[in-house]
Design a binder for this molecule. Structure first.
Ligand SMILES: Cc1ncc(C[n+]2csc(CCOP(=O)(O)OP(=O)(O)OP(=O)(O)O)c2C)c(N)n1
Ligand SMILES: [Mg+2]
Length: 230
C-alpha cells in the first residue's frame, strides 16, 4: 500500500447473506486470503492508549495505524497507515518519548522501546471491491472485507482509502450508503478483532484500555454509548 494513505472504514456484523448481497450490488470478489497478525505494545499498552496500533502481518510486513483527523468518530474510524519502517520507527519514538534510536528496522527497536507481543491471531478474509451505481467511477472505490478470526469472531468492514482529508466526507457518504444497502442497521457498531481478542484473552488489558478511553472521551458523569473500542 502507498505510504500515508488514510483508511476510512466502518465495521459491521456480517450475516449469512452478506456475500450474496455484495454480488447483487455488483461487487466482485478479489481474493480469499488467510494471514496472521501479531500486535506489539509496551506492558502498559502505551501505544494503544495513544490510539496507535503496531502490527506485523505475515508476508506483508510492519504497519502502524495512527489516528487521522477524526480518529474514531461515531460509527466510523479514520486512520493513517504507515508501512515504511523508518517512518514507523520515527512515529514510535515520538509517541513513546524515546530519542536517539535512529531510523532503522522496526524489529531492531522493539527491545529498546520495550515493545512485546500482545496478541496474535489468524484471519480468513474474503476481499470484495465495488463501485456504487450512480456515482462517478473515480476513486475512492469501496472495498468490503469479510473476516473470520481463528478465535471465532466474524466482522466485516466497508472501507475507502483516500489520499487527503478533503476526500474523507465523500468517502464517508459512500461508505454509509453501501452499509445501508447491505442492510447494516444505522446504529450498528462492531468491535475490531483485536479488541475482541483482548476482551477474551487479556481481560485486564482490555479493562485498562476501556478506562483510558472512557476518561478521554467522556465528560464527567455522562453515559458512554459510543466507546471508541467499539
Ligand atoms: C470501532 C473501532 N474500530 C477501530 C478502533 C481502533 N482500532 C482498534 S484495533 C485497531 C487495529 C486493527 O485495525 P483493524 O481495522 O481492525 O484491522 P484489520 O481489519 O485486521 O486490518 P486491515 O486489513 O483493515 O488493515 C484499531 C485501529 C477503535 N478504537 N474503534
Ligand atoms: Mg480494517
Amino acid at each position: 500500500m502507498a505510504q500515508g494513505l488514510i483508511e476510512v472504514e466502518r465495521k459491521f456484523l456480517p450475516g449469512p447473506g452478506t456475500e450474496e448481497r455484495l454480488q447483487e450490488l455488483g461487487g466482485t470478489l478479489e481474493h480469499r486470503v488467510t494471514f496472521r497478525d501479531t500486535y506489539y505494545d509496551t506492558p502498559e499498552l502505551s501505544l494503544m492508549q495513544a490510539d496507535h496500533w503496531l502490527r506485523r502481518r505475515e508476508d506483508s510486513g510492519w504497519e502502524l495505524k495512527c489516528p487521522g483527523a477524526a480518529g474514531v468518530l461515531g460509527h466510523h474510524t479514520e486512520y493513517k497507515e504507515l508501512t515504511a519502517e523508518p517512518t514507523i520507527v520515527a512515529q514510535l519514538c515520538k509517541v513513546l518519548g524515546a530519542d536517539g534510536l535512529g531510523a532503522g528496522d522496526v524489529a531492531a527497536v522493539l527491545g529498546p522501546l520495550g515493545l512485546q507481543e500482545v496478541a496474535s491471531f489468524v484471519t480468513k478474509r474474503s476481499a470484495w471491491k465495488l463501485v456504487l451505481l450512480g456515482t462517478d467511477e473515480e476513486e475512492p472505490q469501496l472495498r468490503v472485507d469479510l473476516d473470520t478470526a481463528d478465535f471465532g469472531y466474524a466482522v466485516g468492514e466497508v472501507e475507502a482509502l483516500v489520499h487527503e482529508e478533503a476526500e474523507v466526507p465523500a468517502a464517508l457518504e459512500k461508505i454509509h450508503r453501501l452499509s445501508s444497502m447491505l442492510g447494516v442497521p444505522a446504529q450498528e457498531t462492531a468491535p475490531a478483532k483485536l479488541i475482541v481478542y483482548l476482551q477474551r484473552f487479556r481481560p485486564q488489558d482490555y479493562q485498562r484500555l476501556l478506562e483510558v478511553n472512557s476518561s478521554k472521551q467522556r465528560p464527567q458523569g455522562t453515559e458512554d454509548p459510543d466507546n471508541c473500542l467499539g
